[in-house]
Design a protein around this ligand. Structure first.
Ligand code: SF4
Length: 464
């Protein structure tokens, strides 16, 4: 009755436990080309046969099964995973749960390392981040929400990208109407949050800075009018090849945070991954943003980019240090379905653990604190992405988004809203991904989204 055959070529799965999390663990060890593995279950006993070698254990639940599978995979591969049996995106949630169950810091650390088999340095890291986030999360939980605005256009598509974005060339004429639709969408749903205060606005993408200075001004002026009291507005100008002084000055008029993303300081790598700018362009944009008085500049780096090794990555860290961004987000390369890069390209990278360690030591030595962390599927070395911040520059939106502690209303094509329902469960709503569909079926979308929100927010039309 509970038997299932797995879709992965090398797995045969006949067991009563959640097969997806076992698949994730298998992939974390072996990726998609692992050894032939057979799972079977009888009378409370699980048998894992891997390349003909059998292992048997009595297991009572999913947790015990996962630990057993971890041991078997680890023996077979000779490896351990930095995050142990955790395969989810948000390890911080486990720490929150353990805290709610009244475990103290030492007990949490012990549970993470012993029960979940997490590497001690990662366990320490996630507890540290969770402690730092605590006051922000407590504040967000008190009738707060955030707004995300999606601009799904980019100057070119980076080879590792799997986001909802499309090249802007030839589509410039869509931008004016698209902004009107965004504003209309915000106007239509804002009434659901009359008794709740907005904590943060994040304009992301894609690359929002593909908008002209005039278009940026229109959108930002609108936001300023509708949300005059919001204290945090982030504008993601991730690709400096879209920027000029006029755009940066316009962003600075309304926004106190900007993202100017490096990914690497190596010009050859930038070309290789499909980005049409050099590090020099980033330096210029930093200079203009500083002159314009933007309080917080964020920049991103990625460990494990094609053609790079650990010394090229270290050079990028040093070059970033010269620019002194207030926020630095260090990603590990994740290549998902839909990206141009070959999906398992980065699994052969032997330096993977070093990237995370080198970045952590380099950045924390310079006064940054890790303040949010998330993981992705198919990430280099099964590691994590970490947002670091200088004191006083923590991005509240990133905490809200990653820790799922308040409603996030998202507008624009392909954006995903996440809202708590009446029973305190998080539920999501995705807008049409296709830009022309988003605009042509806008009324349908709005009707569905409003019905969804009414149910979640427990409101009727007369409340609005
Ligand atoms: S800039 Fe960002 S969203 Fe655009 S293609 Fe590159 S990775 Fe994707």
């Amino acid at each position: 009755m509970f038997l299932e055959k797995d879709s992965l070529m090398n797995i045969e799965y006949y067991a009563p436990f959640n097969r997806l999390s076992i698949e994730e663990l298998y992939k974390a060890f072996f990726h998609n080309n692992g050894p032939k593995t057979h799972f079977s279950y009888e009378d409370g006993t699980i048998q894992i046969t891997i390349n003909g070698q059998g292992y048997i254990e009595v297991v009572e639940n999913q947790f015990e099964f996962k630990r057993f599978a971890y041991d078997v995979f680890s023996k077979f591969s000779g490896r351990s995973l930095p995050w142990g049996i955790l395969t989810g995106v948000r390890p911080g949630k486990l720490v929150d749960r353990l805290r709610q169950e009244n475990n103290n810091q030492v007990e949490i650390y012990d549970i993470l390392t012993n029960d979940y088999m997490i590497n001690p340095s990662k366990a320490k890291l996630i507890v540290q981040i969770s402690d730092l986030q605590e006051p922000y999360k407590n504040n967000l939980k008190i009738k707060k929400y955030c707004l995300y605005i999606h601009i799904p256009f980019c100057p070119s598509i980076c080879s590792y990208c799997s986001f909802t974005s499309t090249p802007i060339k030839g589509k410039e004429s869509l931008l004016d109407p698209y902004i009107n639709f965004l504003e209309h969408e915000i106007d239509s749903i804002i009434g659901y949050y009359n008794n709740t205060s907005i904590e943060s606005i994040y304009i992301g993408g894609g690359t929002p800075s593909v908008l002209s200075a005039k278009q940026i001004n229109k959108l930002m002026e609108y936001l300023h009018r509708i949300f005059p009291k919001v204290s945090e507005i982030t504008f993601e100008a991730g690709r400096v090849d879209t920027l000029d002084r006029e755009k940066i000055n316009t962003i600075a008029m309304y926004s106190n945070r900007i993202s100017l993303n490096a990914q690497t300081s190596n010009t050859e790598t930038l070309k290789r991954i499909g980005r049409t700018h050099a590090f020099y362009d980033l330096e210029k944009s930093f200079f203009i943003a500083r002159e314009a008085g933007i309080k917080t500049i964020n920049s991103d780096l990625i460990g494990g980019l094609p053609g790079e090794n650990i010394s090229v990555f270290k050079k990028s860290l040093m070059d970033m240090d010269a620019l002194k961004p207030e926020n630095l987000t260090v990603h590990m390369l994740a290549v998902k379905k839909g990206a141009q890069l070959k999906s398992n390209y980065h699994y052969n990278n032997k330096d993977s653990n070093d990237y995370a360690q080198v970045a952590y030591e380099y950045v924390t030595d310079r006064g940054y604190l890790p303040y949010y962390l998330y993981r992705q599927k198919q990430i280099l070395g099964n590691l994590e992405n970490i947002g670091y911040s200088k004191d006083g520059h923590v991005n509240i939106y990133n905490i809200a988004m990653m820790e799922e502690v308040c409603d996030i209303i998202a507008v624009g094509a392909g954006s995903v809203s996440k809202v708590f329902d009446n029973r305190g469960r998080f539920d999501s709503f995705t807008n049409y991904r296709d830009i022309t569909l988003y605009m042509s079926k806008f009324n349908d979308l709005l009707r569905n989204k409003k019905a969804w929100l009414s149910e979640r927010r427990n409101l009727t039309l007369s409340d609005l």
